[in-house]
Design a protein. Structure first.
Length: 280
């Protein structure tokens, strides 16, 4: 009887020790443990510019952000068990913040490039966009992209973007480029007549044209195709899980649904409708 009791006590002690070891291995300071495609309820910090329609913005008079990035990341976290914490971050500084591990990821319609891949990891592409020119609706000087490229047109774009890099290549330098901190400023410069054209990806460009249909139009010629992805620190352990979620969202039709909401003329939010970004 004593021997059986001793064996039982040793078994209980062994099981307790195994449980304690498992608990210790799963403890990451309260942020949740990554196990396959389950992030264990951890918080994922997502850098957003809050000034890039229709990807991310804060409506005037409100404090909560909206846009494609917000809806996409909330759905991602519902699939892989995480909590998205959106952090306002300026462009292009957000790339360095992610590279340094200050943020877990960034979502800002970021083009996948070999140069950036040297400092950050990418998710799979969640969409591909074409870069195009936008011009004033009543400007009959430019019927196609070549008319702009081969003229003395002043072209607006955003600093630190592949749009700027492409403009620099197409125009043979930056003497005909007027770069702005935000794309909204470039579009406003076009409407005001300060620049002759703006180079932008067509996904975001459709939003500008939809809201300013009486002022601007897209030139149909595609200049360059850019795949877009989320960025992460090079040693991130959540990239595979995010890719899993994106696969699920594509298969379920969720990404298509977001596209209908944000990348068609049904999206009517303009820069006049959103709060001014103050990154301190």
């Amino acid at each position: 009887m004593t021997t059986s009791r001793n064996r039982l006590m040793r078994l209980v002690a062994m099981l307790f020790a195994v449980a304690m070891i498992a608990a210790a291995c799963g403890d990451d300071g309260g942020d949740g443990a990554v196990s396959g495609n389950d992030l264990g309820g951890r918080t994922v910090t997502v850098g957003v510019e809050n000034a890039y329609l229709p990807f991310n913005y804060v409506p005037a008079g409100e404090s909560e952000g909206q846009g494609w990035d917000y809806d996409a990341w909330r759905e991602i976290c519902s699939i892989i068990n995480c909590e998205a914490e959106f952090v306002a971050a300026g462009w292009p500084a957000v790339i360095d913040q992610v590279a340094a591990g200050e943020l877990d990821t960034a979502a800002d319609g970021i083009s996948i490039t070999a140069e950036r891949a040297e400092k950050v990891a990418y998710s799979q592409a969640y969409m591909t966009v074409d870069q195009k020119f936008i011009v004033a609706i009543d400007d009959d000087r430019y019927s196609d992209a070549d008319d702009i490229i081969n003229s003395d047109a002043l072209v607006g774009t955003q600093v630190g973007t592949t749009n700027f890099e492409l403009a620099n290549t197409l125009l043979g330098g930056d003497s005909r480029i007027d770069a702005y901190d935000q794309f909204g400023f470039a579009i406003q410069a076009l409407i005001n007549g300060d620049v002759d054209a703006v180079i932008i990806d067509d996904a975001a460009g459709q939003g500008y044209v939809g809201e300013n249909a009486d002022a601007v139009k897209l030139i149909d010629d595609a200049l360059q195709a850019d795949p877009l992805g989320f960025i992460f620190p090079l040693d991130s352990e959540i990239v595979d899980a995010v890719n899993f979620a994106l696969d699920q969202m594509r298969d379920s039709g969720f990404l298509d649904e977001l596209g209908q909401i944000y990348f068609t003329d049904s999206f009517t939010v303009s820069y006049d409708d959103i709060a001014e970004v103050d990154l301190g």
